[in-house]
Design a protein around this ligand. Structure first.
Ligand code: ATP
Ligand code: MN
Length: 534
């Protein structure tokens, strides 16, 4: 990468040109040094920078707004996911944040999103802290050449030390993350959680790509085999996108956000953001080994008296994280582009322990489950979640969708048909009973099921239908005990299982009511049978 720290980027358009120090395009080494000098963090024994993100250790979805303007007014799916923000209030708050930053040392980085050149967007990121800038270096795509004189397409401004005054500024509380599509600015304040930065631009792409370019944007990870057979893994936070896409036998394309254009899928990002809780070299070797020099560890604890991370210590948060560039992963594909997928996995962490650990979906069931997005929010990534909370999150990523979920579902349905993709529903959540009674599905079993699905190991086995959910459940799977494949067998009491399965089916049906008008009867009928009258 070409860097020139003597250059001063064009910041006039942002009202930031007067900041006393503008640290432009620093290298990871310089950012690590700056972070340490500024007391933002310390080095771990593997050479990673370990910092604390402060009060916020997860995203705050209720404080994520979109400015109501001529671009968004008639297009955004307004409501409890996409809260409206007034344009004049945005301008006023923007002036306050930029005034605040122009009195400080600021870190500026030019980066981009979308590995596919055709959809590439340039992003200038201004951060108050060095560690946030290191995060951007790792997670966004690193351009070969930068042009400090240019005005980039999008700008992100992140000022964790700036606190809003809700009464005056129109926010809900002191922290906020606001997207203006007409100004092409994401304004973040009051929170130092880096995930807000990456999910801000993800929300932007979830608007631009399907709306303007007919490209499906997806909350999924992706990897590919030696024959170019791509697999993608949709799932809400904590369901296993990052973990399951890290596979020593397959090349990593990306761990979280991808687009699917006509012939290929492409990563939006240039790095990974992995959970660290309970991390071991044995269970997750690729992630463990990626935590080397320059990686950014968030909210972890050391073994007292050492700089060795204790990954089992989650005193600060369950959502301990590490950010690293794709180049830290030995088998990553860069630029991260792959063929259209042959297999799609919907990862669901079922906290009730009802859904089978793997089942094969018909194209109609695929649409039904994609729109439903049944899963549980796992402790950590969102503020206030401390144990699994059952939820339906459309497209397995509702929180990041500015458009109505059916927009994405239609695009996916078309692609599944065109490319004859196999679609699997994988329960990475509970087995043997609900959360509290049963246990989380063993990672080694989930991995074995996914390997079998990809390698054809489930093509010639017998299946039976789940009586309520109508899902096709394999009776056997290489390297997985037969008895765990049918969840009914794993419960102490089969009648209890039926009761709870019926309750869950009812919840599915109720949730789907709001989509009935947008769906075809085939899709509605692909849902579960409900034994009791609604
Ligand atoms: P995010 O969107 O927040 O990045 P994610 O979907 O990438 O979330 P992961 O980071 O992969 O989720 O987290 C999955 C966590 O669950 C890991 O800590 C992993 O070790 C753990 N886990 C336990 N059992 C399983 C399983 N059967 N399958 C997948 N992950 C499991
Ligand atoms: Mn992830």
């Amino acid at each position: 990468m070409k860097t020139n720290t003597n250059q001063v980027p064009q910041l006039g358009y942002l009202n930031l040109a007067k900041a006393p120090a503008i640290l432009y395009q620093l290298t990871p080494a310089q950012l690590v040094e700056a972070a340490i000098k500024r007391n933002e963090g310390v080095l771990s024994d593997s050479g990673a920078l370990a910092i604390d993100t402060g009060e916020f250790t997860g995203r705050s979805p209720k404080d994520r707004f979109i400015v109501d303007d001529h671009v968004t007014h008639d297009n955004v799916w307004w409501g409890s996911i996409n809260y409206k923000f007034d344009g004049a209030k945005f301008n006023a708050l923007y002036n306050k944040v930029t005034k605040y930053l122009s009195e400080r040392e600021i870190f500026v980085r030019d980066s981009c999103a979308c590995a596919n050149e055709k959809y590439h967007i340039d992003i200038r990121v201004v951060t108050e802290t060095a560690y946030q800038n290191l995060f951007v270096h790792h997670l966004f795509i690193r351009p070969e050449v930068v042009n400090p004189d240019s005005t980039p397409e999008w700008t992100i401004i992140a000022a964790p030390g700036f606190m809003a005054d809700p009464e005056v500024d129109g926010t809900r509380q002191k922290n906020f993350s606001i997207i203006s599509f007409s100004k092409k600015i994401i304004l973040i304040g009051g929170t130092g959680y880096t995930g807000e930065i990456k999910k801000g631009i993800f929300s932007v792409l979830n608007f631009i790509l399907p709306h303007d370019k007919q490209v499906l944007s997806m909350h999924c990870s992706a990897n590919t085999g030696s024959k170019g057979d791509t697999a993608i893994f949709f799932g809400l936070s904590g369901t296993g996108k990052t973990t399951l896409s890290a596979d020593p036998d397959r090349s990593l394309i990306g761990d979280d956000e991808h687009g699917w254009s006509d012939y290929s899928i492409f990563n939006f990002e240039g790095g990974c953001y992995a959970k660290c809780s309970g991390l071991t070299a044995e269970k997750e070797p690729q992630i463990f080994n990626a935590i080397k020099y320059g990686a950014l560890l968030e909210n972890v604890n050391f073994i007292p008296g050492t700089r060795k991370v204790n990954y089992n210590n989650i005193d600060k948060t369950e959502n301990t994280r590490v950010a690293y560039p794709l180049s830290n992963v030995s088998n990553a594909i860069i630029p991260s582009i792959g063929a259209s997928p042959k297999n799609i996995f919907f990862l669901t962490a079922d906290a009730f322990g009802i859904l089978p650990p793997i089942s094969k979906l018909t194209p109609e069931q695929a649409m039904y489950h994609y729109i439903s997005g049944y899963t549980a929010k796992i402790a950590g990534t969102e503020t206030g979640i401390t144990e699994p909370v059952t939820t339906f999150s459309a497209c397995f990523g509702e929180a990041f969708l500015p458009l109505h979920p059916v927009t994405y579902a239609k695009l996916l349905g078309k692609k599944i048909k065109e490319h004859q993709v196999n679609v699997w529903l994988v329960n990475t959540g509970w087995t043997g009973g609900a959360y509290g009674v049963g246990q989380r599905m063993k990672l080694s079993y989930t991995r074995a099921m996914i390997t079998a699905a990809i390698n054809g190991g489930l093509d010639n086995v017998k299946y039976h239908q789940h009586p309520i959910f109508n899902l096709a459940i394999p009776l056997s799977c290489p390297n997985v005990p037969d008895e765990i494949l049918d969840p009914r067998n794993t419960w102490a009491n089969a009648d209890n299982y039926e009761d709870k399965a019926n309750q869950l089916a009812l919840a599915f049906v109720k949730n789907f009511e709001k989509y009935a008008d947008y769906s075809t009867p085939d899709i509605v009928n692909a849902g579960p049978n409900v034994a009791v009258a609604v």
